[in-house]
Ligand binder design. Structure first.
Ligand SMILES: [Ca+2]
Length: 600
């Protein structure tokens, strides 16, 4: 009898294992993906070995180095002649929104040592008449940790917001299937990786060290991007030049223009998001590497102060260089609050709590104002992504409030509850949609970014609610923490293959997954296989090929199926077939939790 019961238990356990996904395998792969997106000098520990060093001159040289002794100079920051077109579609495009000035001849200037430097041709196509010779100094080791930020004399502005400098911007991540380093979504992805480790790091097992590496790969870069007082580098690479080529990152010869926010040309959203990433990451490293953690936190406070004191959107100061690529449609106020909320969590300093408390009432108003300009509206309670942080702010602050049982909770917990009620399919106030197969959908491209980000918030909030024995009422519908977790798991399972097509949307997970993802490095032969250079147009046949990508970008999660659960696996269909760091970053936390809590 005892043997029979034991046998039955084994059979049941086997059935459960077969029905469940291998979340541990998916977790490993979801983190491995970030190695495929690395820019810079790859370490000896690199596991995705078909990728090689790239962008090693970022910040030092605009384009391909000329075969002379002349060193290339730098162009940093730009104020476009035209206003950004906020009505532009949110999908990414290669259509220029303003007239560029073609300039083929080099521009000369002097560096601090008196050397004459010259830019490569084409590196400054948009300021042909405004450039003048000037002197720059060499003090780039200065750190924001100095008590007083002095006006930097070593980065001088000329013309329409044009700066020259030499600064190390090697490292960081390519955001998606191209080779531009967009710091705004990179910072959001970093914040979400850090939140994943803070809440779910205990469930990551042997993958935790890799998750920490993934975070540090970004924070090392952000320390460089904020190393000059009064400047925050927001992007490296001319997006038009980059998107017009289909090149491996290792072969890049498009203009690697660094763009910066400054006092005169603010970029509060990207600066505040970098501050959030640094603050959240400082908590991750607090016990593991106290000195590094302290450095991150100190920089976070300085960068936040810069973002708040010099308010403005990089949409307006960098215009067509950031829009329509990563245009901050929702305004910068949400990033300032998000940054302050993370700084409060990291420092416990009352001034950050006051900032959050005092500005929360304006947040919804501000977002409504900005979103009205671009034609998408509605409540912002269900908005969470690289553009809009509202739902994330409310959930993050609710954790602090629920654990401290503070008397004056403000609107945060009601707002967080509204978020849940806007996502739950059975809620009378649901504002997202679901495909027939059960996948969460929101308007815009790259849908799985919404699915993973909102599912992360559901899971995080469910655990905070559990700790305080709360449940949510959406009209007459009761939402328990268990229901929130169930919905989050349903979304993760869909991504991993529990869907009408029975296909995984994570490359390398399961047997059926996207083979022709929109990703330059993955779709071109690797350097190992084809060492000769493939130039800008040389990649076109690979882009147009019907063959599967030769290099597997393991762990990459693509934009996903359409709202009818169909997927065409087309390289050209970037809305559905392109992976991004901000799809994966929240998924890391989700997979870690489900790895430890498989379905009962
Ligand atoms: Ca925003």
């Amino acid at each position: 009898m005892g043997v029979l019961v034991f046998g039955a238990v084994i059979v049941m356990a086997m059935v459960t294992r077969v029905a469940s996904h291998d979340y541990g395998d998916a977790l490993t792969k979801s983190i491995l993906f970030f190695e495929g997106q690395r820019s810079g000098k790859l370490p000896s520990t690199q596991r995705m070995t078909w990728r090689k060093d790239s962008g090693l001159q970022d910040g030092f040289q605009i384009g391909k180095k000329k075969p002379t002794s002349v060193v290339s100079g730098q162009l940093v920051g730009a104020s476009p002649s035209g206003r950004p077109q906020l009505g532009t579609s949110r999908t990414r495009s290669t259509v220029s929104v303003f007239q560029r000035l073609e300039r083929k001849d080099p521009i000369e200037f002097n560096n601090c040592r008196g050397d004459t430097l010259v830019t490569d041709r084409g590196g400054v196509q948009f300021f042909s008449k405004k450039v003048e010779r000037h002197q720059i100094a060499c003090d780039f080791e200065n750190d924001w940790s100095e008590t007083q930020i002095r006006q930097p004399e070593f980065v001088r502005q000329v013309g329409e917001g044009l700066f020259y400098t030499l600064v190390d911007l090697v490292g960081g991540y390519y955001d998606a299937g191209d080779n531009v380093k967009f710091n705004f979504p990179m910072a959001f992805s970093t914040t979400m990786l850090a939140w994943s480790v803070l809440d779910f790091g205990n469930f990551m097992g042997p993958d935790l060290p890799h998750a920490l590496e993934a975070i540090q790969w970004a924070t090392d870069y952000f320390l460089k991007a904020t190393s000059i007082p009064g400047f925050v580098f927001v992007q490296v690479g001319d997006p038009y030049g980059d998107h017009n080529c289909w090149e491996r990152p290792e072969d890049m010869d498009t203009p690697r223009i660094p763009y910066a926010a400054s006092k005169q040309f603010p970029g509060s959203e990207v600066s505040a998001e970098i501050a959030a990433a640094l603050a959240a990451s400082s908590m991750v490293f607090r016990s593991r590497n106290p000195a590094y953690s302290a450095r991150l936190l100190k920089r976070a406070t300085m960068v936040f102060e810069f973002a708040d004191a010099n308010r403005g959107s990089y949409n307006d100061t960098l215009g067509p260089w950031v829009c329509p690529f990563y245009c901050d449609f929702s305004g910068y106020e949400d990033e300032l609050m998000w940054g302050a909320a993370w700084l409060y969590r990291a420092t416990k300093e009352p001034k950050y709590w006051s900032y959050v408390e005092q500005n929360i009432s304006d947040l919804e108003k501000n977002v409504a104002k900005h979103t009205a300009r671009v034609g998408y509206g509605g409540g912002s309670f269900a908005e969470f992504g690289w553009d809009t942080k509202n739902a994330g702010i409310n959930i993050l602050v609710s954790k602090l409030l629920l654990s401290n049982s503070t008397s004056d909770a403000g609107p945060f917990i009601p707002n967080a509850d509204k978020f849940v009620c806007s996502v739950l399919p059975e809620s009378p106030t649901v504002s997202v949609s679901y495909s027939p197969g059960g996948l969460l959908f929101k308007p815009g491209g790259s849908n799985l970014q919404h699915t993973t980000a909102l599912s992360f918030l559901l899971l995080a909030y469910a655990r905070y609610l559990n700790q305080s024995n709360r449940e949510i009422h959406c009209g007459n519908v009761v939402a328990t923490p268990a229901r929130l977790i169930q919905l989050a798991r349903r979304q993760v399972d869909y991504i991993l293959g529990t869907n009408p097509l029975n296909m995984s949307y994570m490359v390398g997970y399961g047997n059926k997954f996207p083979r022709k993802i929109h990703h330059r490095g993955s779709s071109l032969p690797s350097i190992d296989r084809y060492p000769a250079r493939i130039n800008c147009q040389g990649g076109t046949p690979y882009f147009q090929s019907n063959d599967p990508n030769p290099n597997q970008l393991t762990g990459a999660v693509v934009g996903g199926p359409d709202n009818g659960d169909s997927y065409s696996d087309s390289r050209a269909d970037f809305v559905h077939s392109e992976p991004t760091t901000y799809i994966n970053a929240p998924l890391v936390g989700l997979l870690a939790y489900f790895r430890s809590y498989p379905p009962l």
